[in-house]
Design a protein around this ligand. Structure first.
Ligand SMILES: C[S@@+](CC[C@H](N)C(=O)[O-])C[C@H]1O[C@@H](n2cnc3c(N)ncnc32)[C@H](O)[C@@H]1O
Length: 354
């Protein structure tokens, strides 16, 4: 028997329904990839020197003649460049934000995470459907069979440095805010566990002359951290320690931080790491995580929720979590009190006191 095809329903259009948001997000990868290409070409670093004409930019970046005007004017329309003039004599320059955050020669450069997005994550996210259906990572782990993502990230010196630059880039605003806001007056030592290139220790040392800092990470990362610390002339205030926090325990310290560490791992591994921190703290000591902590209702911090999907792409069992989750794990570990400190944008600190 044939069934009649149901005619599509005629939607009732109310004046308030606006498709702009759907289109903006749905087609957002156009804008995203344009910015990532500009960062990858180091356009903002070039323009930090002085304003340039479209032709000068074309030549410097090695662009084909077909679309370079569109490329530059998209960046104007999106608010990343300013243009004076409209004809052949038009000049392009950075906006204040692009100049501050996207010039590779400035210490405030956060383009490391955008470079890594361009070179790795953008491609891997195109397999999100597969990740959602299989629960498996969609990055290098798919082919490599490595035990953890770090074995792949650190397989050559260039990708090691790119990864560490990306990590400190995305966290820098939060590190600075924490170093300025947290009350260090009861403490004299600070350990950053999984501290990568040492950027967090640098901020704590710069803001708190009385605090002695240790940057702890895998042995392969230690030389990069030593370089960063020496670059800031802080070698007398910050030392490095190499080890594996799943096998070697953590050095003792009054304050122990983990920035974007717990979200890399399963719930059992998270609890194990929190116990390592607990054991290494004195009574009254503080364990601090700095992550894109998801709001308890799981409906507001879109970046934190997206970060959790990024953990699906990048790790075997990692996921991001709410402050309530952290509070529950902290009490299970033995901590007596927890606190929450908003830092920069979607990133905050969750603190557990022993
Ligand atoms: C996602 S990155 C976070 C880096 C930095 N804390 C931040 O907030 O940007 C994770 C860090 O954990 C380190 N790590 C991974 N496994 C580790 C292990 N088993 N022992 C010590 N450090 C480890 C990595 O080398 C890397 O620096």
């Amino acid at each position: 028997m044939q069934t009649a095809t149901k005619a599509p329903e005629t939607p009732v259009q109310t004046a308030q329904l606006d498709p702009t948001h759907i289109l903006q997000i749905g087609m957002g990868y156009w804008a995203s990839k344009t910015l990532l290409s500009a960062v990858n070409f180091q356009l903002f670093t070039f323009l930090a020197q002085k304003p340039r004409s479209a032709e000068e930019i074309r030549q410097k970046l090695g662009l084909h003649e077909r679309s370079y005007h569109d490329f530059l004017d998209v960046l104007v329309a999106l608010g990343f460049l300013k243009r004076t003039g409209t004809d052949g004599s038009a000049m392009y320059q950075n906006t204040p934000e692009s100049d501050f955050f996207l010039d590779r020669n400035k210490l405030s450069y956060l383009g490391g995470i955008l470079e890594m997005s361009n070179n790795r994550l953008y491609r891997f996210w195109s397999d999100l459907d597969e990740g959602l259906k299989t629960g498996l990572p969609q990055n290098e782990l798919k082919q490599s069979g490595s035990k953890t993502q770090f074995d792949d990230f650190y397989s050559n010196p260039e990708s090691l440095k790119e990864f560490l630059r990306a990590m400190s880039g995305i966290q820098m605003g939060a590190f600075i805010a924490f170093a300025k806001q947290f009350d260090f007056s009861h403490y004299s030592t600070f350990l950053d566990a999984g501290g990568g290139n040492g950027a967090f220790c640098v901020q704590v040392a710069l803001n708190h002359p009385g605090i002695q800092c240790v940057n702890y990470d895998l042995p392969i990362v230690e030389p990069v951290a030593k370089d960063t610390i020496a670059h800031f002339n802080l070698s007398s205030r910050i030392t490095t320690a190499a080890g594996n926090f799943f096998k070697d325990g953590l050095p003792k310290s009054d304050v122990i931080a983990m920035g974007n560490i717990l979200h890399d791992w399963s719930e059992n591994e998270k609890l194990f790491l929190m116990k390592q921190a607990y054991d290494a703290l004195p009574k009254g000591g503080a364990f601090v995580v700095i992550e894109s902590i998801i709001d308890n209702d799981r409906s507001q911090n879109a970046f934190g929720l997206l970060m959790s999907l990024n953990m699906l792409i990048e790790t075997k069992e990692g996921f991001d979590y709410t402050f309530n989750d952290f509070d529950r794990w902290a009490h299970k570990t033995g901590f007596t009190k927890t606190d929450w400190l908003p830092l920069a944008g979607p990133t905050s600190a969750a603190i557990a006191y022993k």
